[in-house]
Design a protein around this ligand. Sequence first.
Ligand code: PLP
Length: 432
Amino acid sequence: MELRGLPSVENLLKALREEFPHFPHSLLKTEAQQAIDQSRAALRNGRESTTPLEAARARLSRLAEPSLRQVINATGVVLHTNLGRAPLAPFAPIAGYSNLEYDLATGKRGKRDQHCETLLETLLGSPAIAVNNNAAAVFLVLHEMAAGAEVIVSRGELIEIGDGFRIPDIMRAAGVTLVEVGTTNRTRIEDYAAAVNEHTRLLLRVHPSNFQITGFTAKPGLGDLVQLGRDRRVPVFEDLGSGCLVNLFDEPLARESLAAGVDLIAFSGDKLMGGPQAGYIAGRAELVQRVRRNPMFRALRLDKLIYQSMEQTLRALVLERYDEIPAMRMIRMPAEVIEARAQALAKRIPGAKVIAGESVIGGGATPEKTLPTALIALTGNAQARERALRAGRPPVIARIEKDTLLIDLRTVLPEQEEELAAALTQPHGEGL
Ligand SMILES: *Cc1c(COP(=O)(O)O)cnc(C)c1O
């Protein structure tokens, strides 16, 4: 394209109005002007440019269509960070008003915490509150308990979770002075003891989550840390990361930390717990109340949509209806059941065969943890087919291993299976 070939705003606007008849005139005009300006700038700089019509059309289509969509997760990674971590259980959001902060019994003002209080206390055996996510929970505890003072943490636990959550950074943001003790691989209780002084406000223990230290290692047991805290009158705070609430994954249970005497714990709502994004803080009643009164609690509070989904998750946990929590149902699904589903589906796809493989729990929860599964191995050009599936409606996200495209039904919702079958049996151009 050349500069002379650029359309006038009027002509471009006319074309856009035909394609987007229901869009506001002012929006179309702004987009037309912008598309022409950008093409002109690109051409002046000697860069290639799409035509203004194409550019404006692409932007306007994006404005009209939902960007956040349901996808089919065929990767076998249950808590897939890029696909929203724990899959959301179906729930019909309450439209209109709700009793979010209204006590129906007294007709007076209530607190939004009231909806999950009892369920949480039943699950954890201690009072608990919830905020936006675990990063917020850790921040809030540090800020309330230790702003302007010192927090002791082992060098082996100064971790990064991903997407910018780093323990030293969150501590700095909370106004806390980090006191590192021990070494990367070995920290002893004496290291903590030597660092405690009159400025110490917390002993922090962090679950290493997505990495492991193996070999010549040592760290004090939780009991030793608790004892030291008691002796020196410093509370112990544990960031549990994924926070396991039920005994299904051979991970330490959240309530075990509290039973061991830890004063405060924090954990994520959308990892092993399988609920919506949230961060929970539980522990000694007076400390939880203190954290609840921190002004930042108001800034980090949860929305009503979350409370509704959260209450549903917590109730399923309390009543042990684990299969109502999609992530738990997927993790608990036996390989034989997946194999039967895979065999039935593979029969309908030319060239597909079923092989043994592994699913991953994921979510920065348990790095090594895999689950035996049955995979559908597809023929053809894996890269091209992966792209085609991803561009489909709904998009199918699959994994490629050794140039083979693999489908793991563990993470595919049963109600998505027909859509997946349709996507997989569709002609896809290259190399069937
Ligand atoms: C995942 C994780 C976090 C962050 O939790 P979010 O809910 O993602 O904010 C913090 N600490 C640990 C140890 C974690 O594993």
